[in-house]
Design a protein around this ligand. Structure first.
Ligand code: ATP
Ligand code: MG
Length: 558
């Protein structure tokens, strides 16, 4: 699967653009100019990351430019909070828009002007059908759409459109429609509405406007005003492209951009629409937009995802012309690849039980110099301590051996990673029979973990010095949904929330070096997975999120 995806990365958008700027092409000798146009009505998610990588990435590959434009033509639910978050997320991914940051609402005046131009050319008219009547009159494949207002004189439409702008009519009473083709097999061309009356306060223009342009009319104009050469968007706009081109062809906009569509990214085990993500936040299924279980970029960041891992993921899934669902495990695979090379190794015990080394001197402490990351020499070493008592994982001890179990049980030897080989001698239990302490003896000749006589020791376990550690809280995550496809049309995604998607473990014992962690910090907790330091941590209480486990579901399936 990974190879297939890598092949897909050699892509058709690149080829189109290359042709366009080559001699004889539509944009011969021009600088490639793209844009990313988010609607500021929610936080960006991993699907947007794909679009960002395509828009900014394509401009980068051609040494061109990419604008960041808030598509705020629809005044509902837009908020400054979202604008700031969107900028933060794109910067975090490592893309730059320099001073090319725009709001589509800056062009409302010009859009109005282009609408007037269309009316004057006899290419738009004010229609008084309401939404329901328009639906009834839209025709079907064998019948054309109908509007009794289609042949209204130009002067009359000009007058009514101005009065619509001046607030003389109530919401929904009239619309401005482009006069294109009531017979078109493409319903988007059956005299689409291009302006509607909508008395909603806009987050930037306030109450200055009570009419707002429709997306299909506004978007091509925005692109043309900014001198965009290639307007890259998702597949659902393919059927709207004739309208996009019509607007460009019939107004005096200053440029002719080309729209190219690519497939939306879908990932299993999650939902991706902003509306649904907002529901998860507002109804407290998660702690916020940046909850580490969310597919938002701020959620993934808090989960420990790195910009490199996300960009690599987007690069490798490539762009295609048909929608498909990518496995969540492939995203995790890309993160593991990055962290395997770049995350520091440390030892942390998340379900601790005490191990007492009964033949080790009471007051003695030894130090060991261990590598921070065997995959990255430049990462250096650090000192860890060892004494008579340490913490090990509860599950690394059994009172009785079971088949295939190579960890501690009475009589068995294991290696305490980087320190000594110890032989289990027994345990202590409380009145309920619960093991409260494990006992072992160490072999002083095995310092560093090697046996001088070459005897085989199969198990190696991690540990933390019980006389030198910091307490930590560890948060383990599972899929937010119990169904791999919670978002199909026959389901209500809220019915498939996984009640066990978060496990909080308190009283975990971490190596002292973690005391000075700062966001962002990624670690490999040996044998447990990759973890990141959480921003909710305070001096006395450190919190770590598990980003991903060590074993790779993606590879195994392959
Ligand atoms: P949502 O349905 O999640 O609300 P949207 O398309 O309404 O998404 P916008 O803010 O309009 O969100 O999206 C900005 C850009 O990101 C658009 O060009 C859109 O095509 C692209 N985009 C959104 N979702 C995806 C996705 N899942 N895969 C690829 N691109 C996406
Ligand atoms: Mg949208």
């Amino acid at each position: 699967m990974a190879e297939e995806m890598e092949l897909a990365a050699g892509n058709f958008i690149y080829d189109f653009i290359k042709e366009d700027i080559a001699p004889g092409g539509q944009y011969e000798g021009k600088e490639v100019h793209t844009r990313f146009p988010p609607e500021p009505n929610g936080y960006l998610h991993i699907g947007h990351a794909k679009a960002i990588c395509v828009d900014f990435g394509m401009a980068e590959r051609f040494n061109g430019k990419c604008n960041l434009r808030m598509d705020d033509t629809n005044p509902t639910k837009e908020d400054v909070e979202y604008v700031d978050a969107i900028k933060e997320d794109i910067s975090w991914l490592g893309f730059k828009w320099d001073d090319r940051f725009y709001f589509a609402s800056e062009y409302f005046d010009k859009m109005y002007g282009y609408a007037v131009e269309l009316i004057k050319k006899g290419l738009a008219y004010v229609c008084e059908l309401n939404a329901e009547q328009m639906r009834e009159n839209r025709g079907d494949l064998t019948h054309p759409a109908v509007s009794p207002y289609r042949d209204r004189p130009i002067e009359e439409s000009l007058d009514l459109f101005e009065r619509m702008k001046n607030g003389e009519f109530e919401d929904g009473k009239m619309t401005l429609r482009a006069k294109i083709d009531l017979n078109s097999g493409n319903f988007n061309m059956r005299d689409p509405v291009i302006y509607r009356i909508n008395r909603i306060t806009h987050h930037r223009t306030g109450d200055q406007w009570c009419i707002y342009p429709m997306y299909d009319f506004a978007h091509p104009i925005e692109d043309a005003i900014e001198g965009i050469t290639h307007s890259l968007c998702t597949l659902e706009f393919e059927d709207h492209r004739p309208l996009y081109d019509w607007v460009i062809a019939n107004t005096s906009v200053p440029a002719v951009p080309r729209q190219i569509e690519f497939a939306r990214l879908g990932i299993n085990n999650t939902v991706m629409s902003k509306r649904k993500l907002r529901k998860l936040v507002e109804e407290n299924y998660v702690s916020g937009w940046d909850d580490p279980r969310m597919p938002t970029l701020c959620g993934l960041r808090r989960r420990g995802y790195t910009p490199a891992s996300i960009r690599n993921f987007c690069e490798r899934i490539g762009v295609a012309k048909s929608n498909s669902v990518v496995e969540y495990s492939f995203l995790e695979h890309c993160l593991r690849e990055d962290l395997n090379i770049n995350a520091q190794r440390v030892m942390t015990v998340i379900r601790p039980i005490k191990l007492v080394i009964t033949n080790y001197p009471e007051d003695k402490t030894e130090t060991f110099e261990v590598e921070n990351n065997p995959n990255k020499e430049s990462d250096g070493t650090r000192t860890i301590t060892f004494s008579r008592e340490c913490y090990i994982e509860e599950e690394d001890f059994l009172e009785e051996k079971i088949k295939g179990y190579n960890r501690l049980y009475p009589g068995n030897e294991v290696r305490l990673k980087s320190a000594y080989i110890v032989k289990c001698t027994g345990c202590k239990k409380d009145e309920n029979g619960k093991v409260t302490e494990v006992y072992a003896e160490y072999d002083p000749l095995t310092r560093g973990g090697d046996t001088p006589d070459g005897r085989k020791v199969r198990g190696t376990i991690h540990w933390v010095d019980a006389n030198n550690y910091v307490d930590a809280e560890v948060r383990l995550y599972e899929n937010l949904f119990t169904d791999p496809e919670p978002d199909t049309s026959d389901k209500n995604f809220l019915d498939y929330i996984n009640p066990n998607s978060l496990t909080v473990l308190k009283n975990c014992k971490a190596e002292r070096s973690l005391e000075n962690a700062e966001v962002p910090a990624n670690y490999q907790f040996m044998r447990l997975g990759y973890f990141c330091f959480d921003k909710d941590s305070t001096k006395g209480s450190l919190i770590f999120n598990r980003s991903v486990s060590l074993k790779d579901g993606f590879k195994r399936k392959k």
